[in-house]
Design a protein around this ligand. Sequence first.
Ligand code: TXA
Ligand code: MG
Length: 350
Amino acid sequence: MTTIIRKINRSFIDKKTIEEAGNILRQGGLVAFPTETVYGLGAHALKKEAAKKIYKAKGRPSDNPLIIHIAKYDDLRKIVKEVSLKAESLAREFWPGPLTMIFKKEDIVPLETTGGLSTVAVRMPDDEIALALIESGGGYVAAPSANASGRPSPTLAEHVREDLEGKIEMILDGGPVFIGLESTIIDMTGETPMILRPGYITKEMIENTIGKVEEDETLMTGLASNVKPKAPGMKYRHYAPKGELTIVEGPIENVIKEINQMVDRKIKKGLKVGIIGTDETKLLYSQGNVKSIGSRKNEESIARHLYQILREFDELDVSCIYTEAFDTPKMGQAIMNRLLKAAGHHVVHV
Ligand code: TXA
Ligand code: MG
């Protein structure tokens, strides 16, 4: 199949392009589109054949449920059984935005979309292109991140092209995304809401709105092999860089010293090595292929570049990558959750 790639300008959205993309969705095809978090791979969420195509294009296990994207709050009622007062408050505060809520699903939502679960994840993205596309595509768009399964989530249309060109009908290229990490997921079906995936919307922000919430205790520790994950997607080793990734954690002077020593040993063995530093530290690494992920003074810049930098190191074919830890004040938990997964929880403390 030939994938149509259309550039689209967020401040002047071309109606014809949206119409063309919406048509594809209504006819059961696949369209990749930007959201504020990462690019999504969209299909009509209420057509089971369409949802199935997503799994095929991504090579995604069929028990890993999809998030349904909506464009209007009132559209939520049709697909979920009950919206609690807390869920309503969260929607009022954070939608449109990078927060996904899990509800009990209505029968109209096919099990193909929810990976066989009786619950459904829903979010309203904060991106004019995404919202226009959802409206035009019938109001309910199932969309996982638009990467091939096992690769980092795409933060540029170019990443989507690398992974999915020839497998989907269309890519809407709206330029780089704003946040760069997937949405926060919170399960609203239990007595106390529980965060299943950390993101831009932090536990503190949520608790300021609805009071106490819990946090899945495996978020930062990884899953023991006998534990069933609460978000099915969390059990998959999401993404492992081709090079072995090691996180070095501790006071920054020690981190730099340790990374320099480890890099030196690898280079003496003739290996190609990558280093993830920051604008503040990149000049302090003496050897290896050093990339700055962003500035510690601007944690958003670190989140925004994480997936891109991991893709770049895959392309360079380094055999190991060393990275500083990024326990930044707000997004640190989300950044470290993704980084720990990519590193298979391989951390050196100094
Ligand atoms: O920011 C985002 O959320 C992006 C953009 C495109 O919106 N989407 C995204 O989708 O990250 P995906 O499929 O890559 O991740 C969805 C996660 C998976 O870990 C999945 O297991 C979990 O959400 N999930 C979906 N429905 C669920 C449900 N009913 N119960 C528990 N976990 C669920
Ligand atoms: Mg994903």
